[in-house]
Design a protein around this ligand. Structure first.
Ligand SMILES: Cc1ncc(COP(=O)(O)O)c(C=O)c1O
Length: 406
């Protein structure tokens, strides 16, 4: 019943992005990797690029390399990322610290712009690091976090947000694509509501950049952050990026005043003065090798085009849901992601009471999704490297497991 594997293979043959899979280091042909939304695959060109940079720029040019391009890497890669995946004009994105640290910096910077306001709004299903950072900031500053209690299979909506907003609201923060359900938040509507209340926004783009089009400038975003190791394939612990809308640059003050965020850092003068523009969000020395490792992932997204990536993301998740409905529904699996593709990113949450055990057994069988509490098997489909037959094989492996444990 339902879609056969041959149909999935036909979809692969007709896929305009099929050749991109060869651009990744894929040696284990038996592996069904459905976790590129946790750690994206390694681009094939990246190790050689790192080796070359290490040998020449580090090994040979040494400290001279700071003046031969290294100092510009955070903004240069930021601008290319902005154009390829974020819908942001140049000069508004910089790559710097970890996602958690970047998020902390942007939230504090936003709060500085709204003195006297005492409330931060986010949702209970936001990613843990965002929730914890907000709790810490709120405690340190005597502020209150107001929580949106949403549907865990969806995400924060304008309807749920609106009643929590008021003259005390300093900041609204949300994930653009929910890490568990893949729900896409309506960034334009959330920005408009926040602005109407006089508040600012910080969006977390970790699950959207490189998988769904993001339009920061068009949708009125103020500040945004995101990681580069998922759909941007930058490698484990790759540095995150920060976006700040150009109109905010003059007033923006982030909390970690380091020398590389200072105007004219090598003057080494007394007193901190922020650098002009987006560089004011930087703090210390850029992680050069990690920045270099992001390069190819950003290239791949730029070359493939975010619209084609999005179209394939929709097709992969539609196939997964169709197969789950026909093969898994009568075995107790439900879809815990939006069914409307317009509201869904590139992963699908399959809910089952035994999700944790099933996930571990799938991994033993070389099918790798991940488990997200309390009951979700999260299947990530990276449009540049996941095939339709991988979707088919993954769902079939789960069906076989459920069948044998009956
Ligand atoms: C939405 C979101 N924010 C932040 C992070 C992680 O932050 P960090 O890179 O600091 O570990 C993740 C990781 O999966 C995430 O999904």
């Amino acid at each position: 019943v339902g879609v056969g594997r041959h149909r999935a293979a036909e979809l692969d043959a007709a896929d305009p992005l099929r050749t991109y899979r060869e651009r990744f280091a894929i040696d284990d042909y038996g592996l069904v990797y459905l976790d590129g939304n946790s750690l994206g695959r390694m681009p094939r060109a990246t190790p050689a690029c790192l080796q070359q940079v290490a040998a020449v720029q580090w090994g040979d040019r040494l400290v001279r390399s700071w003046d031969e391009g290294w100092m510009e890497l955070p903004t240069e890669i930021g601008d290319r990322l902005a154009a390829a995946a974020l819908g942001a004009a140049p000069g508004q994105v910089v790559v710097g610290d970890s996602t958690t640290v970047c998020f902390y910096k942007l939230v504090c910077a936003a709060l500085e712009l709204r003195p006297g306001r005492t409330e931060i709004v986010t949702d209970v299903d936001n990613f843990p690091t965002d929730r914890y950072a907000l709790e810490g900031i709120a405690q340190a500053r005597g502020l209150t976090v107001r929580w949106i209690q949403g549907d865990p299979a969806a995400g924060p909506t304008p309807e749920l947000l609106a009643p929590l907003l008021g003259e005390k609201t300093a900041l609204v923060t949300f994930s653009h694509v929910s890490y568990r359900s893949a729900h896409i938040a309506d960034m334009a509507a959330i920005s408009a509501l926040a602005h109407e209340a006089g508040a600012l926004t910080v969006g977390d783009l970790s699950h959207s950049a490189g998988s769904v089009p993001v339009e920061l400038d068009r949708d009125g975003a103020d500040l945004a952050v995101g990681c580069t190791y998922k759909y941007l394939n930058g490698g484990p612990g790759a540095p995150a990026y920060m976006y700040a809308r150009a109109e905010l640059h003059d007033q923006l003050r982030q909390p970690i005043w380091g020398w590389l965020g200072r105007r004219d850092p090598f003057a080494m003068e007394q007193g901190y003065l922020p650098a002009p523009g987006i560089r004011a969000l930087l703090s210390g020395t850029p992680p050069v090798l990690s920045l270099i490792a992001i390069d190819e992932g950003v290239n791949l997204v730029a070359q493939a085009g975010i619209e084609r990536i999005r179209a394939k993301g929709i097709a992969l998740t539609e196939l997964a849901i169709e197969l789950a409905d026909t093969k898994l529904a009568d075995r107790g699996v439900t879809i815990a992601s939006p069914r409307d593709p317009a509201q869904r990113g590139a992963h699908v949450a399959l809910a089952h009471p035994d999700a944790e055990r099933l996930c571990a057994q799938l991994i033993e069988r070389c099918v790798i999704p991940d488990f997200r509490r309390p009951d979700v098997i999260r299947c990530g489909f990276s449009p540049l490297s996941t095939r339709f037959v991988d979707v088919w094989d993954g769902i079939e492996a789960l069906r076989a497991l459920l069948e044998s444990s009956r």
